[in-house]
Design a protein around this ligand. Sequence first.
Ligand code: NDP
Length: 444
Amino acid sequence: MSYVDEVIEQVEKQNPNEPEFHQAVREVLESIRVVVDQNEEKFRRDALLERLVNPERQIKFRVPWIDDHGQVHVNTGYRVQFNSAIGPYKGGLRLHPSVNLSIIKFLGFEQIFKNSLTGLPIGGGKGGSDFDPKGKSDREVMAFCQAFMSELCKYIGANTDVPAGDIGTGAREIGYMYGQYKKLRGLFEGVLTGKGISYGGSLARTEATGYGLLYLTEEMLRCHGQDMEGKTVSVSGAGNVAIYAIEKAEQMGAKVVTCSDSTGWVYDPDGIDVAALKEIKEVKRQRLTEYKKYRPKAEYRVGKGVWSVKTDIALPCATQNELNLEDAKKLVANGVLAVCEGANMPTTEEATKYFQDHGVYFVPGKAANAGGVATSALEMSQDSERLAWTFERVNSELNAIMVRLYHNIDDAAKKYGFEGNYVVGANIAGFEKVVDAMNAQGIV
Ligand code: NDP
């Protein structure tokens, strides 16, 4: 049996009931097979893949907090510190009832390669809790965040592990967590990114993941003789990534006709009104049903359906495995040109293969959404030098990073004979740098 197959089998056996983690490991190891096979003997002797798929450390803890009625709740907190070969652990904190160890490990594993692709010195990690901020009062969210940070603060620091936002963790949650870290550790340091501008945050961090997604998409289209101007786009999600992807796509002259949340989706034939969307989601924290009040001609439908709309470009920006084979078939039948992932692993393995087999340009999240973590790393730089860069400077560095990143994954795919396969390109390019650093640092 090949070394890659052995390790995939081992991961499935040693980590039962972790389907998302298995999926992420399979996807990465399958696509770096060509590199591993060339060095199989050495990699096997050094147990390189075993070291890669086993987190350096995983922390699981109890998070007790009190609601507005005096009831005590207990959630589970996680931080998986996956790989620090190229820098301090870096990756977001997800607050969502679906969070479990499998999801955090899949995200942490993906983060290793994504962070490597940014070209910046950041290792891979991820964390979160099964707490649901939705429907909670600000005081309840604060109580949870303080309890969560009371434990997490023992394991993180500006030079060791720097968490950020993710699903359910926005500016409000980061603020409460930062306050608690500072109180407990007595340190005003860049221990979290996604902070408010008044206390060490970076301009353009809020926009970064969505904007970065479009910078990369535009560069890829340009290299294929196309651009965003005049294209019709479907976006899923209505959170941080989706909102700023829609904003940038529209600035580039495209028309985005959909968005969604976990209860339904909107079809707006005239193009999504970003100002209305921001008001609903960022200011009022309401459901998408409200959108019709701002745009009477738009349609709201309960359930799933974004991928049934005929568009040129699809940008899944909600959550993992939200775009399946059936959706992929509809998109291809409708002539989709490119699918670029704003979310982490939103496309199932079968759907990804279907796109690739049908000539759709497909860019995986670890490359396409890396603008968020790249800008987080720029926030870390600003915190370290105690300076604040202008929006224009951060935005232009982000643009340059995403353009470089695209060429990096495109070149890696070509180098190994997989031209146009950006999944293989991203995994190989991310892997090569991490492996080089791991080899240089010995068996640790
Ligand atoms: P948000 O919490 O801001 O938004 C998430 C959006 O997706 C919401 O509209 C939410 O709807 C929807 N959603 C979440 N879970 C589900 C589900 N199970 N089914 C259907 N819809 C769902 O998160 P972000 O925008 O920050 O993150 C979106 C994705 O992008 C995630 O995969 C995240 O890991 C990834 N990502 C985020 C980065 C960032 O900088 N924020 C960086 C890189 C990747 P509802 O409100 O109804 O739950």
